[in-house]
Write a protein that binds this ligand. Structure first.
Ligand code: ATP
Length: 238
């Protein structure tokens, strides 16, 4: 039996008196695309951030390739091959597109930087056209592409995405999901957190539904898309 790439075992997480995660267990196998869906405040971002220890769980374990990373530094986790495209497409606003991408090499160094910049510009042609433009002047969709591309510059084995569709027009959401599909078919392991259940579950091999910090349901993307509770709560009842 192979070890999951990422595993949560009975994880609790608190912010002072507020409990954001309750006994969360889930796993992501190598090569899979897995999504975690849930409403605002369900605990999705907290779960992703806990992988980098910010904040740390109050109980349970997080394992990456079988190694207990619950108490490891964010630097250790990033250099082991985990990269995150953060919520709100946080880019460095005053830096150019290219400078932002180079920041993504920090966990692994600059040895492959030229080759990887070329690869990113092939995957995201809009970024090539804008390589010298300051990130703050990009559209929302372009900033999201930049956040994903920057994460890819560290050559991750596991790419975490926090709400990649948030605040974007439907056509741009489709472009972003098309790129994620290409990454997944190239063998990348993706774990994405989304309120946009429809797009996320269509892309995913498996999914988890989180309610009030707990995993309420899990199944294949297809099973969850057909689940009556998921349909009424997250797919607008269609
Ligand atoms: P959203 O989609 O709105 O980002 P989410 O599912 O990602 O929601 P979290 O942001 O993880 O949810 O929040 C889970 C719970 O933890 C919420 O009740 C939230 O108010 C609380 N919380 C999150 N961050 C903090 C913090 N820094 N201090 C105190 N409480 C927090």
């Amino acid at each position: 039996m192979s070890v999951p790439l990422l595993e949560f075992r009975a994880v609790d997480l608190h912010y002072g008196p507020i409990q954001a995660l309750r006994q969360v267990s889930l796993h992501v196998d190598e090569g899979e695309t897995v999504s975690l869906i849930g409403a605002n405040g369900a605990g999705k971002s907290s779960l992703l951030m806990s992988i980098f220890g910010q904040p740390r769980p109050s109980a349970g374990q997080i394992l990456y390739r079988g190694e207990d990373i619950t108490r490891k530094s964010a630097h250790h986790v990033a250099s082991s091959g985990v990269a995150q495209s953060p919520e709100g497409r946080r880019v460095f606003p005053d830096m150019s597109v290219e400078e932002n991408l180079l920041m993504g090499t920090i966990p692994i160094g600059m040895a492959h930087a030229d080759e990887d910049l070329k690869r990113m510009f092939e995957l995201f042609p809009r970024l090539r056209e804008r390589r010298n433009q300051r990130a703050m002047t990009l559209s929302g969709g372009e900033q999201q592409m930049l956040a994903i591309a920057r994460a890819l510059m560290s050559r991750p084995k596991l790419l975490l995405l926090d709400e990649p569709s948030l605040g974007l027009a439907p056509i741009v959401v489709r472009q972003i999901f098309q790129i994620l599909r290409e990454l997944a078919s190239g063998g990348m392991t993706l774990f994405l957190v989304e309120q946009n259940a429809n797009h996320a579950l269509r892309l995913s091999d498996r999914g988890y539904v989180m309610v009030n910090g707990q995993i309420r349901l899990s199944g294949s993307g297809e099973e969850l898309l057909g689940d009556p509770e998921v349909r009424s709560a997250y797919l607008g009842g269609h």
